[in-house]
Design a protein around this ligand. Sequence first.
Ligand SMILES: [Zn+2]
Length: 239
Amino acid sequence: MRQQSIPVEQATPAFRLSHDVETNACVVSLPGPQYHPAFATGKNSDGANYWRQHIELGRFVEGALAGKLRFAPQVGRTLPLDVCAAYTDCWHCNETTGLVIDLCFAASRVLQGAADVMANIYDFDDEGRGAALLMSTLPAALLAHHGIGPIKPRYSRTEGQSYLSNGCVHCDALQGRFFDHEAAYDAQPVFSVDVLFDDRWLSHLEDREAIDKWWFDDRPAAHRGCGVAEEFRLMDGCY
Ligand SMILES: [Zn+2]
């Protein structure tokens, strides 16, 4: 992993091997979302943020040969989608309204050590399938239950066009893009919905650093599977 010229991708799995002096064990580490070859060299290479999984070498080899290594493990799974919101006073009616700031596909809660995938509502602003997908996943009634206005296209005089936007839960006034709001820094997960993380979502997401990663499936054999058997388990909603 100190060889910056080696790409780490689906066709070229590459992992870090290190020796733990205290336990006299060799450990294989898998890169996490913050890993970048340029930063992961030299004396900073141990940074905890660069690595998501550490597996003893013997266990890693045994698991790799048994099909425990997966690329982009989130794809095709049902994942919790955490909706992070902040609350602010509407510029138009002065009432408090919630704004959806971040969307987080919380893969790590389903697949231990897998990377969470971050997004925001503007990733889905395509006046087509993306907007429809997000609006049907987060319908106005569900958002209103949490004091959040509907997500939908609204015309912005500032931008001279319509875009997928937050609006006031009371008067529906457009609330501007999240980076216009100081409240965005206080965003907290407010609720979660389960979504099938498939190409409908993937095609809109730019967080490839989190998606295009290798993952070591360390769950007990009874919870794993591959091929057809796994598809059936997924359909049953049980992994
Ligand atoms: Zn309002």
